[in-house]
Write a protein of this length. Structure first.
Length: 224
């Protein structure tokens, strides 16, 4: 009874609210978004985002289309400190993988797109690593958060035009331990796929170090 009392008191003082609109949820910590905000997301019908000709990655998969709802959620996740949104994003990614029978479990290794150390210190976390860690645990795939190292503190891609995004990422990554990826199949995880410049630069670095195959998995993909 005492535990129930303290639990009830805690929920009165710190009630569950939608992370976006702040609507009260009364969900006993099982949801983070109200049904209205959750429905603003638009699932990617095919999950497939085709790489450009000559890309270093073989496939690209994305769970959601980058609409206004996804933009707000990703902004809160990346810049607003709402790291708990991984509890919403990871199940959506898992549902996409299972529903479309994506061969994620057949890969040897999963790794996130890294942040530059200066940006990581500023933000305090790598949002892509939060996603990849949850997915790797679910599918029992080896996970290496530090496989890739970001050597250039590049400008934020959202501030650049399409052509500038490609030059912005030239030489931006290196491999921390090349011997650990030779002949491995690897999934790169990121929050958003736009022009593909970031994942192409990372995938090319992995392929040059001996990776057999690289695929890309993101939460969202821009509308084209």
């Amino acid at each position: 009874m005492l535990q129930a009392f303290f639990q009830g008191a805690f929920e009165l003082v710190f009630p569950d609210n939608c992370l976006l609109c702040r609507q009260y949820l009364n969900s006993r910590h099982q949801r983070q978004l109200c049904s209205g905000c959750l429905q603003t997301l638009s699932l990617n019908p095919s999950a497939l985002s085709r790489p450009s000709d000559g890309a270093s990655y073989a496939q690209a998969w994305s769970a959601c289309l980058y609409n206004e709802g996804a933009q707000k959620l990703l902004h809160a996740f990346k810049y607003g400190g709402k790291t708990s949104l991984r509890k919403t994003f990871v199940p959506i990614l898992i549902d996409c993988i299972d529903r479309h029978h994506l061969p994620v479990a057949q890969f040897d290794l999963m790794t996130p797109i890294p942040l530059h150390p200066a940006r990581l210190r500023e933000r305090g976390y790598n949002q892509s690593a939060l996603l990849s860690a949850g997915l790797a645990l679910h599918y029992r795939i080896a996970h290496n958060e530090h496989l890739l190292v970001r050597t250039k503190n590049t400008l934020t891609q959202t501030e650049l035009g399409a052509k500038q995004r490609w030059t912005n990422l030239e030489g931006a990554f290196r491999i921390k331990n090349p011997t650990g990826i030779k002949d491995k199949t690897i999934i790169l995880v990121d929050d958003l796929l736009t022009t593909g410049a970031t994942v192409e630069s990372a995938a090319a670095t992995l392929k040059m170090a001996g990776a057999a195959r690289v695929a890309v998995l993101t939460f969202s993909v821009t509308l084209k």
